[in-house]
Design a protein around this ligand. Structure first.
Ligand SMILES: *Cc1c(COP(=O)(O)O)cnc(C)c1O
Length: 410
């Protein structure tokens, strides 16, 4: 109930502290997902940048030209990292889901404008994120999911077989969330180009990782704007960009497609209304946090964080291989590790780990527990491998909780 008399600041804040004592303590590094923590200094920077832009609203950039400038800078930085040329443009959004939503809306509206179909279909591998199906549901589009190859990357022949005259867009992931593998983007791009349709690359996880892995000398297959036929890319600033939550970017290779992201309206009593994203009012804080962290970390900062995350991933992959009965589902191209078990129930292993505060997602098929590995985990990964080993040793024939869900809305 709304308090009849307002509660003093210190008491309200004490309540928040009390509430969050029941949350999982990601600061200790035992949460492998959801949180991307680049350390105390970055956190302080984000708190201050967010604090400065708490009230500013990116709904009207004429009123807040600083937000326009920062949005432009962030788009330019992302485009440069992903090898876009001067024609690449885009917008910030609230997250990966909204970035994907907007890329699908742009492709749909361009297809409508060209009179290509009235029943737009998007073809994507079954490893792609549910955000595409969610957006399709909202946008009146249809998704066709195709199988993946044995290496869990997109099966390009299956995608080709699924194509028909209603198909307006293909999707590739760089990397996929479940297994951290990069789809064969050049082959999918050839398919999109020969069909004359769009190709969106979902680099929500890889956008701020793969460019630096490549610079560090790791083998990274081509996936970005260097691949002719890639028409749009999404990349999440609030994941491996280490920005505050609420920041992602959608980039378009060409202006015509980009402009189809916009929505304009003037048939009401309030004048012309133009909006680039799903939401109306948009927090300036998210834009400021993204700008601040990109400039504070710089290329050397991201190289350091990506090196740490990759090192932690490699040690986790080796550690899993050293535990009898455990294996990684597939060696990841990036920093996500799916762990499966042959003789014990891997979800029961997950239950034991959870008792000690280790938080991993669960996924199926195949049954696996899933770690999103960040720089933060470099310091704790050996301890985690020990915890894995101990859990497998004592799990016996326990069956784990299969009633898992990514998130419970209520
Ligand atoms: C996280 C993620 C998304 C969705 O992003 P949100 O920020 O959670 O909305 C989309 N695709 C991939 C590959 C992701 O990992």
């Amino acid at each position: 109930m709304l308090p009849a008399i307002g509660v003093p600041v210190e008491e309200v804040l004490a309540d928040l502290e009390r509430f969050r004592a029941t949350d999982r303590d990601w600061r200790a590094g035992r949460v492998f997902g959801l949180v991307y923590d680049a350390g105390d200094e970055v956190r302080t920077l984000l708190e201050r940048a967010v604090g400065m832009y708490l009230s500013e609203n990116a709904l009207n950039l004429d009123v807040f030209p600083s937000l326009r400038r920062m949005q432009r800078d962030v788009v330019e930085i992302a485009s440069h990292l992903l090898h876009g040329d001067a024609t690449v443009g885009g917008y910030l959004s609230s997250g990966g889901t909204e970035s994907i939503f907007m890329a699908m809306k742009a492709a749909r509206d361009q297809a409508f404008a060209l009179g290509r179909t009235e029943r737009p279909v998007v073809v994507l591998p079954t490893s792609a994120h549910p955000a595409f199906d969610k957006a399709a549901h909202y946008l009146g589009m249809r998704v066709v999911r195709t199988s993946v190859a044995p290496d869990l990357r997109a099966d390009v022949d299956a995608m080709a077989d699924a194509l028909d005259t209603d198909t307006i867009m293909l999707v590739a992931s760089a990397p996929t969330y479940p297994h951290g593998v990069v789809d064969p983007v050049p082959a999918i791009a050839d398919l999109a180009t020969s069909a004359g349709i769009a190709l969106h690359v979902d680099a929500c996880l890889g956008g701020f990782v793969l460019p630096f892995l490549e610079r560090l000398g790791h083998p990274v297959p081509l996936w970005d704007f260097r691949v002719e036929g890639v028409t749009s890319i999404s990349a999440d600033l609030h994941k491996y960009g280490y920005a505050a939550k609420g920041a992602s970017v959608t980039l378009y290779r060409d202006d015509d497609l980009r402009k189809h992201q916009l929505w304009q309206f003037d048939d009401w009593l309030g004048g012309r209304y133009t909006s680039a994203t799903v939401v109306g009012s948009r927090p300036g804080a998210a834009i400021a946090s993204a700008w601040a962290v990109l400039h504070h970390l710089g290329e050397d900062g991201y190289l350091r964080l990506v090196r740490q995350a990759k090192q932690a991933t490699d040690r986790l992959v080796e550690g899993v291989a050293s535990v009898p009965g455990l294996r990684v589902v597939v060696p990841p191209d990036t920093t996500l590790v799916a762990i499966a078990a042959d003789e014990v129930d891997v979800f029961a292993v997950g239950d034991l780990l959870a008792e000690d505060g280790w938080v991993l997602d669960r996924q199926s098929p195949p049954d696996a527990i899933h770690a999103t590995v960040t720089a933060r985990h470099d310091a704790i990964v050996d301890e985690f491998v020990d915890a894995l080993r101990a859990a497998v040793a004592r799990v016996g024939d326990a069956r784990g909780n299969r009633e898992f869900s990514y998130c419970m809305a209520e």
